[in-house]
Design a protein. Structure first.
Length: 258
């Protein structure tokens, strides 16, 4: 059985069909990228998978169990966790504090005030710090642990967003444009980081416009255009698919890395 199954998923916004009857499977341990021109419906598809949006039709299954329609925090607790296109960290906290807080939030969303004052919170603190510290180390952020987030360069901030998501202990991590705005060196580091995450057994779903990175990192690619899946396969197969080349011809800001 596939880890995650996207089945006949459709999302309409009024008259606009943002996602149109899309189906694909995600296998455990793979890096699967979803690509397509601007406005193709990639972020909407992510929001449907993580249950931030309700599908108009179709469903999402995690190990055969329907998760579409559940609240996003329930879906996150089941292991399907997304990062955001924009970075969302606490700027005045250090990198380490941000990841520790994410551990706390995961456990006690809703009752934070009561929780932080409790003996349980103090007991958790030490183990959260150790775990947060370990996450930052293997994401290559160990040396900036004690820097305030607001002092971190863009590439590190994006990576910190991923570290925060890792605190939720995802089984499937959905990354929406993690390489956006990075310089080549930051991108290289980020590509290694995503591989490292997969090597820890976490399945990665990636939406990304940076084609050289996508081609390097993906096991498989799903291509969508105007909400519809037009291709699926290995990077090599997708890159040479006439329908894919056609879909990208109109898009000025990206290439397939030919
Ligand atoms: N909440 C919403 N209400 C109405 N229309 C929306 C909403 N969210 C997205 N859309 C529309 O749905 C279509 C798909 O948007 P989406 O953000 O999923 O595209 P995308 O593939 O992620 O694009 P990009 O590569 O630019 O991030 C677009 O036409 C967008 O304007
Ligand atoms: Mg998007």
């Amino acid at each position: 059985m596939s880890l995650l199954r996207v089945q006949d998923l459709t999302k309409r916004f009024g008259g606009l069909v943002a996602v149109n009857d899309v189906s694909f499977d995600v296998e455990a341990g793979e890096i699967l990228s979803i690509i397509g021109p601007n406005g193709a419906g990639k972020s909407t598809l992510f929001k449907l998978i993580a249950s931030f949006l309700k599908p108009t039709a179709g469903r999402v299954l995690l190990e055969g169990e329907e998760i579409s329609g559940l609240k996003p925090h329930i879906v996150a607790r089941k292991g399907v966790v997304r990062t955001f296109q924009e970075t969302t960290v606490f700027k005045e906290m250090t990198a380490l504090e941000n990841v520790v807080v994410a551990h706390h939030l995961r456990l006690k969303a809703g009752l934070l005030g009561v929780y932080f004052a409790s003996p349980r919170a103090r007991a958790d603190e030490a183990s959260f710090r150790a775990s947060a510290s370990e996450i930052l180390d293997y994401l290559g952020l160990g040396h900036v642990k004690h820097e305030r987030a607001r002092n971190l360069p863009h590439g590190y901030l994006r990576a910190l967003g991923i570290a925060v998501a890792m605190a939720a202990e995802p089984r499937v991590l959905l990354l929406d444009e993690p390489f956006a705005g990075m310089n080549p060196e930051e991108k290289d580091r980020a590509v290694r980081m995503v591989r490292g995450i997969r090597d820890r057994g976490i399945t990665v779903l990636l939406v990304e416009h940076d084609m050289p990175s996508v081609m390097r990192i993906s096991d498989r690619i799903v291509v969508i255009s105007f909400g519809t899946k037009i291709a699926e396969g290995t990077p090599e197969a997708v890159r040479n698919d006439p329908a894919v080349i056609e879909a990208y011809l109109g898009a000025e800001d990206e290439t397939l890395g030919h």
